[in-house]
Write a protein that binds this ligand. Sequence first.
Ligand code: C5P
Length: 239
Amino acid sequence: MTQDEARSKIIFALDVDSFNAAKHWVATLAGRVGMFKVGKQLFTAYGPDIVRMIENFGAEVFLDLKYHDIPNTVAMASREAARLKVKLFNLHALGGYEMMALTREMMDREFPAGNRAKVLAVTILTSSTEETLRDVGIEHPVSEMVPRLALLAKRAGLDGVVASPQEVPLIRQACGDDFLIVTPGVRPAFAATDDQKRIMTPAEAVAAGADYLVIGRPISAAADPLQAVEAIVDEMATE
Ligand code: C5P
């Protein structure tokens, strides 16, 4: 993989609580990483302005709002996400086939093919254990639910999933190569593990079949964030 290919696979997680802090990171990292992830905290505080700020730097956005509602509501929210010209956004596969299929239909109807936002599904949150699932009446193990929901998302016409690095092989097996896999929870060889438990290095995650990597603290908490990005790019490119 070339350095540019490696760079384009990095999604920086904008896990900050102020507009100015977000802007600082985008100004610093635009052109050096592939995309910026905006989650519920920043979006709830600052709304679409945060997305526009990032796009004004010529950078791309993964809008991580994990929609889960009745099909029509999710399809309508998805239309608004796509109108903001984000590159990726996501929803919960547990919302069901109809919710996902209607969202895909909306994308096809309203946006030119090849130029629309890509829709990802979250299968089972990595914070969930077998006990979490049993409490809500799901008696199947996580390892069975993840590929099952990924396949449901694929059948509904979604573009891919968000998954932990360990789940990548299972999902590739269930869904084939033509399906995006975005993985958080990677840690470069030089970085602290923080609260992430089952980790892989970025190079390992890509070798396992991940298309994009969501990376936050290994970059944001580094003494020299730009140097951290370059070290990650090097690790990935030499693989
Ligand atoms: O700082 P770090 O690299 O751990 O950030 C990872 C990002 O990915 C955070 O925004 C975190 O919320 C998100 N994420 C995760 N694990 C998941 C799903 C999302 O770490 N299973």
